[in-house]
Design a protein around this ligand. Structure first.
Ligand SMILES: *[C@@H]1O[C@H](CO)[C@@H](O)[C@H](O)[C@H]1NC(C)=O
Ligand SMILES: *[C@@H]1O[C@H](CO)[C@@H](O)[C@H](O)[C@H]1NC(C)=O
Ligand SMILES: CC(=O)N[C@H]1CO[C@H](CO)[C@@H](O)[C@@H]1O
Ligand SMILES: [Cu+2]
Length: 264
C-alpha cells in the first residue's frame, strides 16, 4: 500500500481514483444498478468512498471470497437469471452517494478472473460461499475488450509499463457462462488482483445468479478450490511486481495462478 498512500497525499490525484469495486452486474447487455445483483460490501472504518473501495490485502481473510463483510451476504441482492452460454459482465460501481473525482476503472495493472460456486440450497442469501469454486475466465494480456490506447481521449492515461495488462483502466469486463454449466443457484465472483511483492491487493465481488440450462449435456465445473485457501502470501505468481513484465521480457509469458479455467 505504500504507493497508494503516497498517491492519496498527492493533490493532483483524486484519492478515490486509486481503488475500485465491482458493484454492477452487466445483464442482457445492460449495466444494472450498484448492489442490485451484487452483495454489498462494507467500508473500512467510515462511510466515505475511499473506505468503501479500500482493498483487501490478506489472502487468508474471508473477505477474499466476496469482498469486505460480504461472504455471508451483507445485503440481499436480486438473483439474475442467466442462460448457460449467455454473456454477462461486471462493471465498476460508483459509491451510491455519488462522489466527485471517482474514476471507475481498473486503475491498477494486474490480472482478472471470474468464478462460480453452486449454492447447496435454493436460498442464495444463506450461502456463505464456503463450497467449491471453479474459475471460468482468466484475463492476463490485452484482448479486444482492453482500452484502446491509440484513441486520443485515452492517450493522456497511457503508461507502457501498465498497458501490457489487458484489464488496465477498463471500466467493465464481459464473458460467457460456460454452455455446459449445470443449472442452479450460484455465486458468480469477479476478481482483480494488483500483484505486489509484499502486499498484493485483491478486488473481489459476488453476484447472485441462477443458471438456466435446458440442455441435456451438463458438465462438472473443475478443478475446484476453496476461497480463501486458493492463494498463499508470497506465492510468486501473485507476489511480484507487475511492472517487471514490461521491463523484463524474459519473464513472459506470465502464467497466472492456479486453478486452471473450466471451459465447460
Ligand atoms: C461489456 O458490455 C457492456 C454492455 O454491452 C458494455 O457497455 C461494456 O462496454 C462492455 N465492456 C467492455 C470492456 O467491452
Ligand atoms: C482504520 O482504523 C484503524 C484504527 O484506527 C487504522 O489503523 C487504519 O489505518 C484505518 N484504515 C483506513 C483505511 O482508514
Ligand atoms: C459486521 C462485521 O462483520 N463488520 C466488520 C466489517 O469489516 C470491518 C473491516 O474489516 C470490520 O472491522 C467489521 O467488524
Ligand atoms: Cu491500491
Amino acid at each position: 500500500m505504500r504507493v497508494s498512500i503516497l498517491a492519496l497525499s498527492s493533490a493532483l490525484l483524486s484519492p478515490a481514483s486509486a481503488h475500485y469495486f465491482f458493484g454492477r452486474l452487466i445483464l442482457d447487455g445492460k449495466w444494472t444498478e450498484t448492489w442490485e445483483y451484487i452483495r454489498e460490501i462494507s467500508p473500512v472504518n467510515n462511510t466515505d468512498e475511499i473506505a468503501l473501495q479500500y482493498p483487501n490485502t490478506n489472502p487468508d481473510s474471508l473477505d477474499l471470497r466476496c469482498g469486505r463483510n460480504a461472504s455471508n451476504a451483507w445485503s440481499k441482492p436480486k438473483t439474475a437469471t442467466i442462460q448457460a452460454g449467455a454473456k454477462v459482465g461486471f462493471a465498476i460501481g460508483k459509491h451510491p452517494n455519488g462522489g466527485g473525482g471517482l474514476e471507475p476503472t481498473m486503475y491498477h495493472p494486474g490480472f482478472g478472473s471470474a468464478w462460480l460456486s453452486k449454492s447447496p440450497t435454493e436460498d442464495l442469501n444463506a450461502y456463505a460461499g464456503d463450497g467449491d469454486w471453479a474459475k471460468i475466465l482468466q484475463i492476463v494480456e490485452r484482448t479486444e475488450q482492453s482500452v484502446d490506447w491509440t484513441k486520443e481521449e485515452n492517450k493522456k492515461k497511457y503508461d507502457a509499463t501498465k498497458a501490457w495488462w489487458g484489464t488496465w483502466h477498463a471500466d467493465s469486463w464481459n464473458f460467457t457462462i460456460p454452455v455446459t454449466t449445470p443449472p442452479g443457484k450460484y455465486l458468480l465472483r469477479f476478481e482483480h488482483i494488483f500483484p505486489n511483492k509484499w502486499d498484493a491487493q485483491y478486488y473481489v465481488n459476488c453476484a447472485h445468479i441462477e443458471v438456466v440450462n435446458p440442455s441435456a449435456t451438463v458438465g462438472t465445473p473443475s478443478p475446484t478450490v476453496k476461497i480463501p485457501g486458493v492463494y498463499t502470501r508470497g506465492q510468486p505468481d501473485v507476489y511480484f511486481s507487475s511492472y517487471d513484465y514490461y521491463f523484463t521480457p524474459s519473464l513472459m509469458p506470465f502464467i497466472p495462478p492456479k486453478p486452471e479455467v473450466w471451459k465447460g
